[in-house]
Structures are given as structure tokens and as C-alpha cells.
Design a protein around this ligand. Sequence first.
Ligand code: MLC
Ligand code: AMP
Length: 506
Amino acid sequence: MELSTSMFLDRLRATAEAQPGKIAIEYRGGAGTERITYETLVERTARTAAWLAEQGVDPGDRVAICLPKTVACFQLHLAACSMGAVSLPLNPAYSAAELEYLLQDSGAKVVVGSLQPDWEETAEYLGTAVATTVIRIDPDRFGELLSRRAMDLSSVQIDPDQTALMLYTSGTTGQPKGACMSHRSLTANMDMLGEAWGWSSHDVLLHALPLFHVHGLLVALHGALHAGASSVVHSGFNADRTLHDLRSGECNVFMGVPTMYRRLLDVAGDEHAAMRHIRLLTSGSDRLPVESFRRIEEKFGFRVVERYGMTETGIMTSNPLNGDRVAGQVGIPLPGVEVRVADPDTGLASRPGVVGEFQTRGPHVFSGYWRDPEKTARAFTDDGWFRTGDLGRCDEHGRLEIKGRMKDLIISGGLNVYPSEVEQALAKHPAVEQCAVVGVPDAEWGESVSAFVVSCARGVGARELIDYCRQSLASYKTPKRVVFVESLPRNAMGKVQKAKLLFPQT
Ligand code: MLC
Ligand code: AMP
């Protein structure tokens, strides 16, 4: 078996040795600004690993990180990966019930949550509901918890194919499943992106994405660290603050989801002169409307580089850095990535222009779903291609365009919401006889979660059902609208025909 020290840490170390004073992360949060050099980051990673070991974490254990976006998140994530454990970032907005499932399924050894009052009840509940040790910290004072003792990470031997990171992603049916990504596949994806986007140590990324998804954690944070670049990190997304820091000239790279760009456009004026230093603006996680692409070019003087990815695959395709960036298209496969457009039933490759399922193969693909060989097997074709569940076509130049999804999925503000999960939550309300949840086109969110309900109780209102869902679902998943109907349209098999569900115009 091939063993080595952590591939991530090796990169950080190389930068720390070459440029000890180089800023890795400049965190701008509520409590002020904190600058962390590469040298400090390496040193803190080793001390955080020692702290995790003191909490009982061994190599292979899952370390759930459920914190607001702070420096502690980076440290815990890098430490878990570097000590041979598995980093499991979780959205701190998840409800106690959602967390209970994720901790139980992953068998996480510890979950690190915050001391914030809104997490108090959750922590109490989890303390009795799961076997995971619940640790609460003040993320702004995490450094004070660390002893001076550091783990000798240079002696930790890791198999590059072992899991470094687990991210939960839902299926069309059933419960979320843990996608396992190895050190090797993550590093391969960073190498591909480094080449495609021309990352260099001179870049300064403005980071405003959450850290519990591929986009903010891997594409953005690891992308920058892998290149020895600096990141200015905002604790959350705020359009005015983002625009201010982009104008200031210090940051030359920004990555966002379409909702962020929509909000930036709302506050931007003519930014041509102020944005001259920008090298790269990318968009992904959801379709960037052609109209937004055009308006960004008009106001910023820059053509956004739209790219396409998935939790299970990292980034697969991108519009070119040098070359034609086409609105409405997601570009060409990254170096080393194979993508084919296939007939979903026969697997036969489609001709250019014909819509089929995007399937992909290469070193960027994940290793499988956590403890679920059956679902893993179903996710691949017999000849080893990963089925994305996205529908699209390829033009004669090899450029891909997404046309739809085979999976029953809503993407709201770049976050995935699985209708089945919302339907299950709604169906538990005693007044709900039947329900169907769909994504309705929405100017702010791209799609907004909306529910059709057949109710057996007069007097139950939309607000009551929305509030009910909130008790068990993170708030971004709760329906923004509920419409009561007499019945749901069904086909001969009894399956709800969601395409026939139309909202009354308001
Ligand atoms: C927040 N809210 C949302 C929402 N985000 N509602 C629907 N969809 C969303 N995405 C709601 C909250 O529930 C809350 O409701 C209210 O908005 C304010 O919450 P907030 O936390 O203050 O919102 P805000 O900070 O404005 O967040 C908006 C956002 C955020 C666009 C910045 O959603 C975001 O960071 N999206 C990016 C997600 C992302 O990183 N996706 C990558 C997935 S990886 P209420 O009722 O309580 O007021 C992937 C692979 C790939 O897909 O290719 O990248
Ligand atoms: P996730 O499972 O959270 O990783 O979400 C991945 C899904 O986001 C993909 O399967 C696509 O459906 C969608 N997606 C990602 N990037 C884009 C894009 N540029 N355009 C349209 N959809 C996208």
C-alpha cells in the first residue's frame, strides 16, 4: 500500500517553507480581522490535531464540524484530514432531527458545535440521542483551547485512497447519503482547477461561500490553499461588503452562486474602472441565467466563468479562462476529466446536440457512499461512469449545456433541497392528507421550495404548515409557499405528475 503524509498538508508546508510570512487566510468576522500566515496555519493544524486526539479522535474517525464560518472551521477541517481522520462539515442551520440522522449514519466520533444560545437545545438533544460526543466551543476563542503540544503530522502515514472528506448529499428517495472523497481525488480536482483557471500564489480570493459544501470548501478554499494563494474570508455573504472588497483592489478572484451575483447586481453601478484588477469571477452550483451573465458583463466588464460540478465529482467542466465563455453553457471538461452525454437507459453516447444524461469518469470522482455499496453501485454504469442525473447536450465544439435534471431536486440559492425530504416532513402534520413539493422559478432563489397540499382539516393555514416544517428542517428547505388543492394530479401508476402542478398567479 502506498502511504504518505497528508497531501493537503504537504502543499501547505511547501508554501510555508518557501514563503513563511505569506498570508493564507485573512478572516473578516464580527470580532475583527485575523491574519493567518501559511506557517501559522501549519503549526495550528498540528495543534488542532493534538486537540482532536485529546477528544478521542483516531485515524479513520469522522469529525463532524457544525460551526458558524470561522477560523476554527478551517483548522478543524485541515487537522482532521491531516491526521488521517475524516472531516465531516455540517450546516449549522440544520435542525436537531437532521443532525441526529447525519451523526448516527456517519457514526461520527465527535461533533464540534458552537456555544451560541441557538445551539444549546440542539446540543442537549444530541447529547442523549446519539453516541457521538458533543463538544461545544466558542469558535472565536478556539485558539485558547489548544495546548502548546502539537501532533507530529510528519509521521502520520495516510493511504491517498482513504477518505479525507465526507459530505452528505440527498437522493431522490430516502435519506441523505455520505459521499466519501479521498485525498487523491480531492488533490486531483485541485490540480485540474489550478491548471484550468490559472491559479497562482499571487491570487487573492474573496471567499464568501459557506464551508460545508464542495463549492466553498474545495473549489474556493482548497483551490486557494493548493496554489499558495491568499484568501480574504467573510463570515457570511453580504452583497455590499463583497462589492466593497472587490472594488478595493486587494482581491482578484471571486466565486459565487447565481443568487449572490443577482444580489451583487442589485447594488452595483458601473464597476468597469473599479474591477479592472479582477482576474477571475466564477459561478456555479446552479444555472446562471443568460440575463445575469450579460448584466454582469455590462456592469463589471467581465465575463463570468461558469462551471459545473457536484458533490460526488467536484468540478467537471468549466468555461475557458482563455477563450470563448458562452452564456448558458458550462464549458468543456477539465483536463483529465471525461464527460459523455449518454442515453440514460442504454448508456449509448448521444450525438452532438442530442440531450442525454451527463456521465463522468476520471480521478476526480468520489469513492462511494458511506457504508452503502448498493447505492454506490447504482450511481455508476456497468462500465464505470458516474451518473450525474443531469440532462444536457454537447455542441460540435465539445461544450456542454445543462438542459434539466433526471433527479427530483430543487436548487434554491445554490442549495439542494430534495422534495421527498420536505414531503416527508409535511406529511407528518395531522392535517396533511397528501402533498407534493416542487421548485417554482424564482427571481431571487432560482427556484423556490413550494408545496401543494391536500388537507383533511379545514382551518389549517399555510403559515402553520411552514412553521411545522421548520421544527424538523433547516429553514432554507421549508416551503416558501403552500397552496391547498382538492387533489393531486396522478398518472395511471398513482405517481404524482409534478409537471402539472401550477401555482395560481399572485
Ligand atoms: C438562506 N435562505 C434561503 C437560502 N439561504 N432560502 C432558500 N434558499 C437558500 N439558499 C433563507 C433562510 O432560511 C432565512 O429564512 C433567510 O433566507 C435569511 O437567511 P440567511 O442565512 O441570512 O441568508 P443569506 O445569508 O442571505 O443566504 C443566501 C445565500 C446562501 C445565497 C448567501 O443561501 C448561500 O450561501 N448559498 C450558497 C450555497 C452553496 O454554497 N452551494 C454550493 C453547493 S455545492 P428566514 O425565513 O429564516 O428569514 C454544489 C456543487 C457545485 O452545488 O457545483 O458547486
Ligand atoms: P450537489 O449535489 O449539491 O453537489 O449539487 C450538484 C448539482 O448542482 C448538479 O448535479 C447540478 O444539477 C447542479 N449544478 C452545479 N453546477 C451547475 C451549473 N453551473 N449549472 C446548472 N446546474 C449546476
